[in-house]
Design a protein around this ligand. Structure first.
Ligand SMILES: O=C(CO)[C@H](O)[C@H](O)COP(=O)(O)O
Length: 228
């Protein structure tokens, strides 16, 4: 029987969750396993409160009986567990493959600690093979996409069947193929300077720990600062 490496990493991360914690729930097929495990632990008596980064994760948490609170009822979070599309050894991430990058970044930035959970295929030397998701407002999207292209990428508006994909916030996603990203920080600055860009999927200086599951059943724990 082959090992589910996403489940392996996600369940390890859930070991960091302790009674009384305020927890951010990520989005995607790896975060799914973390939410599932948290649901089990809540049934066993773990006391937490949580917020979700997407409608899908919120629904999953609700079904599992994980107590969810409104953002107005919680000052900040102790821990967020979320997946990534790519991560390097400095714990710079590309996120947003599932379209939830804006909510994920808001939640992660308001957490004392963000733990990334991923399978080994997500760990890369240099970011950029995965097209960088950039959330843009629908108004004048053609101009925003043209401005993105000037940064040296090939942007493609994400689709959902015949229609353009819309995020939980009603925006579009431009998936931007940059190839190798030499400096994620410089690129993040340039993206932030484009009016029409709501948020981009580069997470820099946000994740504290990455838990990477491997097909042989082992786990690598990478802490930020280790790669310097
Ligand atoms: O950023 C995300 C959603 O916006 C996800 O965390 C990312 O796409 C990884 O997903 P998965 O665990 O399904 O590979």
């Amino acid at each position: 029987m082959s090992i589910n490496v996403k489940q392996l990493a996600a369940e390890k991360a859930v070991e960091y969750v302790k009674d009384g914690m305020r927890v951010g729930l990520g989005t995607g097929s790896t975060a799914y396993w973390a939410i599932r495990k948290l649901g089990e632990r809540v049934k066993e008596g773990l006391q937490i409160t949580a917020v979700a980064t997407s409608v899908a994760s919120e629904e999953q948490a609700r079904e599992l009986g994980i107590p969810l609170v409104g953002f107005g009822d919680i000052g900040s979070l102790d821990l967020t567990i979320d997946g990534a599309d790519e991560l390097n050894h400095d714990l710079e991430l590309i996120k947003g493959g599932g379209g939830a990058l804006l909510r994920e970044k808001i939640v992660a930035r308001n957490s004392t600690r963000m733990i990334v959970v991923a399978d080994e295929s997500k760990a890369v030397h240099t970011l950029g093979k995965f097209p960088l998701p950039v959330e843009i407002v629908p108004f004048a999207w053609e101009w925003t996409v043209a401005a993105l292209a000037k940064l040296g990428c090939t942007p493609e508006l994400r689709r959902s069947g015949d229609a353009l994909y819309k995020t939980d916030n009603g925006n579009y996603i431009a998936d931007c193929r940059f190839g190798s990203i030499a400096s994620a920080a410089e690129l993040a600055d340039s993206l932030q300077n484009i009016t029409g860009v709501v948020e981009h999927g580069l997470f820099i200086g946000i994740a504290a720990v990455a838990i990477v599951g491997k097909p042989d059943g082992s786990i690598e724990v990478i802490e930020r600062g280790q790669g310097e």
